[in-house]
Ligand binder design. Structure first.
Ligand code: S3P
Length: 450
């Protein structure tokens, strides 16, 4: 089990207005998929704007271990010389995916129908997360796996030598599970079908089509039916990774709660499977505008302008929106603390199995800071206190979870006393430039305990 380095305590204090442009890094989901699909194509895939966070760098390392040539040309420009569908060779060492659930689950799918044995591990957070949600459907192809109790890492998978196509209805709304099954289906003759009752982020589907696979999506009464024809020859692509809406969420939310702020966050994808937070914030009364709305690479893109919003009100977030903002509930709950009234979030059981139990991690920190929170297994309610009424002045455990650490740093910009986290080092998994970007806008975040 790998660990992180020395913990980095961080403290965020009330600051003057945030002003300027926030150029957030590349999309994490698309970055992982660019490397993985590049490794399965024949020839050279060129990638620009790759997120160079630890999670994605671990996936790059893994692709090298399977035989792909992955080259960093600097400045976010990378190339991958792929080995073709079914061309992965057996790594001679354990694959360490660090903190990344997306990395490990997608890579498991990718190797599952090639007859090689692979042992996976990760950090303490990843080793506590359930892998059965992926190994169960992979077993239907003929993949064998053995891990620790409860289907936890470290875990060894033996890829199916003679895989059969599978039809699978995902039991939980998860793009990782859907993607693992589709990636496994690539090396299987015949049609692999995934049915999801609720739409989750669709980057795998879009990118598979881009790489030349035959894939159709039908909206039916049972849900989205995705059909992939196996054993295509994937054609190398030139990929420009869009900026990550999940990272944009932090400077946007910081601006909404910091007096006098006016921040522009350019070039953010508004794919409806990812943009739920921005809709929700607008419903809460946020001064959040979409400027220069356009289409790029078939996706809606806009520059987001967020201004201080003194009259936020709590709302009921529609549960059917949960999948499109699943990673944004922690920072939403930090903003909700400054709204008038209750913000009600239902249908969010998945938050309990992320990098940490995110309902528990946020609820504990919010309560310590002076906010009332009610919670059940798949719901929680944050009772907003409005501006000027929230004490803060506490140190919260970030639990190896980047989004918990960043959410409390955002919150500290508007609490009366500073907010600290015991360890901000996990921020480097998804947003390595977070501290510099926030400092450039005018935030006061330091590497220190209270
Ligand atoms: C991701 C899917 C989501 C999300 C994660 C990235 C992806 O996880 O939370 O950060 O890239 O497929 P689930 O599939 O577990 O919902």
């Amino acid at each position: 089990m790998s660990g992180h380095g020395t913990p980095i305590p961080m403290t965020s204090r009330k600051c003057g207005p945030l002003k300027g442009e926030a150029n957030v890094p590349g999309d994490k989901s698309i970055s992982h998929r660019s490397l993985i699909l590049g490794a399965m194509a024949v020839g050279e895939t060129k990638i620009s704007g790759l997120l160079e966070g630890e999670d994605v760098l671990d996936t790059a390392k893994a692709m090298r271990s399977f035989g792909a040539e992955v080259i960093n040309h600097g400045g976010g420009n990378w190339s991958v010389h792929g080995v073709g569908v079914g061309g992965f060779s057996e790594p001679d060492h354990v694959i360490d995916c660090g903190n990344s659930g997306t990395g490990v689950r997608l890579i498991m799918g990718t190797m599952a129908t090639t007859p090689i044995s692979v042992t996976f591990t990760g950090d303490a957070s990843l080793c506590s997360r359930p892998m059965g949600r992926v190994t169960d459907p992979l077993a239907l192809f003929g993949t064998k796996s053995v891990g620790r109790k409860g289907g936890r890492l470290p875990m060894t998978l033996v890829g199916a030598a003679d895989p059969v196509p599978v039809t699978y209805t995902t039991p939980v709304p998860s793009a990782q599970v859907k993607s693992a099954v589709l990636l496994a289906g690539l090396n299987v003759r015949g049609k692999t079908v995934v049915i999801e009752k609720e739409a989750t982020r669709d980057h795998t589907e879009r990118m598979l089509v881009g790489f030349g696979a035959e894939l159709t999506v039908e909206e039916t009464a049972e849900g989205r039916v995705i059909t992939l024809t196996g054993q295509p020859e994937l054609k190398p692509q030139t990929i420009v990774v869009p900026r990550d809406p999940s990272s944009a969420a932090f400077p946007v939310c910081a601006a909404l709660i910091t007096e006098g702020s006016d921040v522009l966050v350019p070039n953010i994808g508004l794919n409806p499977t990812r943009a739920g937070l921005f809709t929700t914030l607008r419903e809460m009364g946020a001064d959040l505008q979409y400027e220069n709305l356009r289409e790029e690479g078939g996706e809606p893109v806009a520059d987001l302008r967020a201004k201080f919003s003194p009259n936020l009100k709590g709302i009921e977030v529609p549960p059917e929106r949960a999948a499109s903002m699943i990673d944004e509930y922690p920072v939403l709950s930090a903003v909700a603390a400054f709204a008038q009234g209750d913000t009600v979030m239902r249908g969010v059981k998945e938050l309990r199995v992320k990098e940490s139990d995110r309902i528990d991690a946020m609820a504990k920190g919010l309560r310590a800071a002076g906010v009332e929170v009610d919670e059940g297994e798949d719901w929680w309610i944050v009772k907003g206190r409005g501006f000027g009424n929230l004490a803060g002045g506490v140190t919260v455990e970030s639990r190896l979870d980047h989004r918990i650490a960043m959410s409390f740093m955002v919150m500290g910009m508007a609490t009366e006393k500073p907010m600290s986290v015991d360890d901000g080092s996990p921020i480097a998994t998804s947003f390595p430039i977070f501290e510099k970007l926030m400092a450039d806008l005018g935030a006061d975040i330091t590497r220190s305990a209270q």
